[in-house]
Design a protein around this ligand. Sequence first.
Ligand SMILES: [Zn+2]
Length: 298
Amino acid sequence: MLQAHGRKGQAALGALLLTFALGAMSAEPSAAPTIERHAPVRLLGNTYYVGTRDISAILIASDEGHVLIDAGVADAAPLIAENIQKLGFNLDDVRTIVVSHAHHDHVGGVAELQRMTGATVVASKSAARALRQGRGGEDDPQFARKDAFAAIEHVGAISDGETLQVGLVAITGHATPGHTPGGMSWSWYSCEKLRCANFVYADSLTTDAAEGFRFSDSTRYRRAVADFRWSFYIVRNLRCDILLTPHPEASNLWGRIAQRDAGKQDALFDSNACRTYSNAAQRAFNDRLEQEKNISGE
Ligand SMILES: [Zn+2]
């Protein structure tokens, strides 16, 4: 009895030590956020880059309210807010947040930015469902491996081709599914003095997928191939003077900005940029379909 009690006591002490050790571990300073900070950049007229260096967030400003496109990872929200304020704008005036696709690296900061600004969040119907759940649906090619994100309570949905009027900003959503079933690209028009541009924020068109996922014959996302082909066509044919993308390097944004800073005034402009982006994505997609012939499905 005594012995049994002793064992119990040892076990209790062991548990206590373990608890203590775990407590000590969790008391370690948490890892620093991994975002790459970047100062805000005026792209043209009322259109600004306010994201981190590696993940885009775009502000389109007007005297009667602003639109924010995408919000980066969760840790990026304070930087995006700071960048908006550095430009001299009030967070309260961000009235609408729209998103490209519901993956944590682009929408992780939306819940926090919605809290800070009071903005309405708008996405495609499928992305809106994902935003409310805090993760993509099973039809998301990356479903099995993508991190969840903070769920968002009030999300509105818009249809393909619909234009949102936010203050003096008119921004149109174009359904560009494939990378996710709810992917959306956005277009708007901005001017600075006499120079004007059709901006396109073209969603990711890459074929990242969880292991075992095959676009060619997925039973979870049956429209994957047709969706991608649709999106290549749409992006290729958008009126597009300045292309922006959720990952800035996918459209060489920093390279173009460096050229502009070096004096090439029109370095951001390329009316073939959407076509080039779409064609490259289509080639990569076709390669992927070829490779899938050698990958066994789920
Ligand atoms: Zn993604």
